[in-house]
Design a protein around this ligand. Structure first.
Ligand code: NZQ
Ligand code: ZN
Length: 385
């Protein structure tokens, strides 16, 4: 096992009806900015539930944070927060609203140009406003981690920043808040969560037995429960298991002490910026191809994955790995997320643009061995067509 430091300060408040516990987490004197997305939180009543829980508080609202949160929009919220002297941020939504709110939290007290915070992957952050989260879409894991992924369309940039100040103080996970998710977002959430586990699991063995078995437990749960959410959207136990899976998949636990990959995520950001694919769609396309192209680097973990997660134990090594990759693709497709670039209207002519974007962003040595160079990305993308 590799050396590691693990600290996660986020308090989780889980379960049906738990939104009414928010008031206990925010001081009565706080000036609260509630942030949300394009309107789902209004339509499904979660925003109203939060406001009832915070009855008597000084509240300002900021809605309209879109998927792949845009810097320019977030900066409008920063201006509002500064003007209103906001000192607590409460995000209601999925990864986009949570990440946008995390960026606000860092930008509000930042004395210099907040655009600088996107440089150096967030290391310039020295303080942040306190954040609370009400999750309505289990996927990103952002509710219990120190990351935020922000887009600047004007610069064709989608970038992850990380800093310990970005951990939310608390996150409320009420599985009933996810009942209204459309099929597309149920699928996206399960695929993204699955990919978060794979990015920390399918690398090379370091005898991290606990991390491996936690990872396998999360994957098996997603395989078991994910498809059920599509046909029984109001099955509480299914939603509860998926919600807790998403949080545990990217809260630092399974990644502590083991190598991590993240090439699919990094290349995926460019596909989103260039062609507008949903984050999970990029992952569904890239993961099977990455496993195939990097089969020799990942051989031992792919064989372990084939056996322990998919029960594939017969045949030679290459055949077992191919079968596990096929199963992965079938699972993504069963969650209604397409796994080929052509499914999204992307053809071979577009590949050079993705590779150029990665080079422009200095992303030329990706993966757990830093072996995913632009040439390797080219091969991966060709296999994604
Ligand atoms: O905007 P509204 O109207 O709220 O609708 C949203 C949005 O259109 C809708 N939605 C959310 N909860 C709903 C709902 N619709 C009905 N009922 C509900 N209960 O879902 C749509 C997508 O929301 P979004 O927040 O964009 O989805 P997701 O949670 O998948 O987040 C994606 C973003 O997270 C980033 C991604 O890159 C992307 O920008 N990630 C963040 C990570 C992190 N911070 O650790 C890690 C991830 O790998 C990922 O990169
Ligand atoms: Zn992701």
């Amino acid at each position: 096992m590799l050396n590691f430091v693990f600290q996660n300060p986020t308090k989780i408040i889980f379960g049906k009806g738990s939104i009414n516990q928010i008031a206990g987490e925010i001081t009565q004197e706080a000036k609260v900015l509630i942030t949300y997305g394009g309107g789902s939180a209004k339509r499904n009543g979660v925003l109203a539930e939060v406001k009832t829980a915070l009855n008597g508080y000084d509240i300002t609202e900021f809605g309209g944070i879109e998927p792949n949160p845009e810097y320019e929009i977030i900066m409008k919220a920063v201006a509002l927060a500064r003007e209103k002297k906001i000192n607590f941020l409460l995000a209601i939504g999925g990864g986009s609203v949570i990440d946008g709110t995390k960026f606000m939290a860092a930008a509000i007290p930042f004395k210099d140009d907040p655009a600088l915070l996107l440089d150096n992957a967030g290391s310039a952050i020295r303080q942040a406003s306190p954040i609370g989260v009400v999750v309505t879409l289990p996927a990103s894991g952002s509710e219990m981690n120190n990351r935020a992924v922000i887009t600047r369309k004007a610069f064709m940039l989608k970038r992850a920043i990380m800093n310990p100040f970005l951990f939310p103080r608390f996150a409320v996970l009420d599985p009933t808040s996810t009942y209204t998710l459309p099929v597309r977002q149920i699928g996206n959430g399960v695929v993204d969560t699955f990919a978060h586990v794979l990015e920390q699991y399918i690398t090379y063995p370091v005898d991290g037995k606990i991390q491996d078995r936690f990872a396998e437990g999360l994957l098996l749960t997603l395989i078991e429960e994910g498809p059920k959410a599509l046909i029984e959207p109001e099955n509480y136990d299914v939603r509860a298991n998926l919600m807790w899976c998403a949080t545990l998949a990217l809260n630092g636990l399974i990644g502590a002490g083991v190598p991590q990959d993240w090439a699919a995520h990094r290349v995926g950001y460019e596909l989103t910026v260039l062609y507008g694919l949903d984050h999970a769609q990029t992952i569904a396309v890239l993961v099977p191809a990455i496993f195939k192209i990097l089969e020799s680097n990942k051989r031992q973990k792919l064989l372990q994955y084939a056996g322990r997660v998919w029960g594939i134990n017969k045949g030679n090594e290459g055949a077992r790995i191919d079968a596990a990759i096929d199963k992965t693709r079938e699972f993504f497709e069963s969650m209604q997320v397409k796994t080929r670039l052509c499914d999204y209207g992307i053809t071979a002519e577009t590949i050079p643009a993705v590779v150029e974007q990665l080079k422009a962003h200095g992303m030329v040595k990706l993966g757990e061995h830093q072996s995913v160079t632009p040439e390797v990305v080219q091969k991966i993308l060709e296999l994604c067509l």
